[in-house]
Write a new protein. Structure first.
Length: 305
């Protein structure tokens, strides 16, 4: 297992710490091809640039993706580390040095952070070199990686108020991979659904990103979790109909369109054409596909049969 120490902008970090943000977009001004140094669920530690040159907290990797700037703001808003879209746009333009109106940017989605006060911060890794431009990964089984692992473990346990009894448990039980199951926020959920459905509407196969939305099957306000099996990527009109109960999905993943559309609006031909059809797009892993539990909740509590 690895962890990563990433060089972090001071203003970005202090902005998010002051708001106790539960997730963040550790963005790059250009469309980086990927972030595969650590795996989803592994720790990402924040090291401020000089003169501070100290580790001030950490979070857990959800995934890396590429989004147009406006969508990155729509998904994460202030979790991008800026007060407004205009401030975000200005910071990006300054860093990029071009006039691109809506550039594609690299988005490293992080969740479930822990923040250290200035007094609690840790010195930079002993082997850190001035030539490092973005960050460095560490194997947690030896050397500096093991030291950082232990510091992170203690900090997370204390911040989570797990208690002294947990701190006395055998280390394998409380390794970072078992310490917590990182919890997705709204932004992380939207990105997971977007990528899980290959950026295509589950019903129609539509690829136009601005009209695609991450739908909860069981709403978050009704105790539905931010998890991919409780989500579908839907074109905005289908999302509206799904939330309003005019459409549902059966346990065998087929589309069911309510007769109420025709009764109430004397229309709906384009939607009825999909009635009884299987979902067109699904996540590759069966465990990530719509859960029977959440589908049955929607059928019983939302669908206008």
């Amino acid at each position: 297992m690895k962890l990563y120490v990433g060089i972090t902008n001071r203003d970005w970090f202090y902005f998010l710490r002051a708001r106790n943000a539960s997730e963040m977009n550790f963005w790059h001004p250009r469309a980086t091809t990927g972030f595969n140094i650590i795996k989803p669920g592994e720790a990402f530690l924040f090291k401020l640039k000089y003169p501070e040159n100290r580790i001030v907290g950490g979070a857990f990797l959800v995934r890396h993706t590429v989004l147009p700037m406006n969508l990155a703001w729509e998904v994460f808003a202030e979790a991008n580390g800026c007060t407004s879209f205009e401030a975000f746009q200005e910071r990006l333009a300054t860093m990029r040095g071009d006039s691109e109106k809506n550039p594609q940017i690299g988005c490293t989605v992080l969740t479930d952070p822990f923040y250290l006060s200035d007094a609690e911060s840790w010195p930079a890794p002993a082997d850190w070199k001035l030539s490092i431009q973005t960050g460095k990964s560490y194997d947690v089984s030896y050397g500096e990686g093991a030291r950082l692992f232990e510091l992170a473990k203690q900090a997370i346990l204390l911040k989570r108020d797990v208690g002294e009894a947990a701190l006395r448990e055998e280390p394998p039980r409380y390794g970072l991979e078992h310490l917590i199951k990182p919890r997705l926020g709204q932004g992380g959920f939207r990105v997971e659904v977007l990528e899980g459905y290959q950026r295509r509407c589950a019903i129609t196969g539509e690829r136009t990103l601005p009209v695609l939305e991450a739908a909860h099957i069981q709403p978050y306000a009704q105790l539905g979790p931010h998890e991919l099996p409780n989500g579908m990527l839907l074109r905005s009109d289908w999302h509206t109909l799904f939330d309003a109960g005019y459409v549902t999905v059966t346990n065998d993943l087929r589309i069911e369109v309510s007769r109420r559309i025709k009764e109430e609006f004397s229309n709906g031909r384009d939607y009825y054409a999909f009635h009884g059809q299987p979902l067109k797009i699904l996540p590759e892993e069966s465990s990530q596909r719509p859960s029977k539990k959440y589908l049955e909740w929607h059928q019983a509590n939302r669908f206008l049969s």
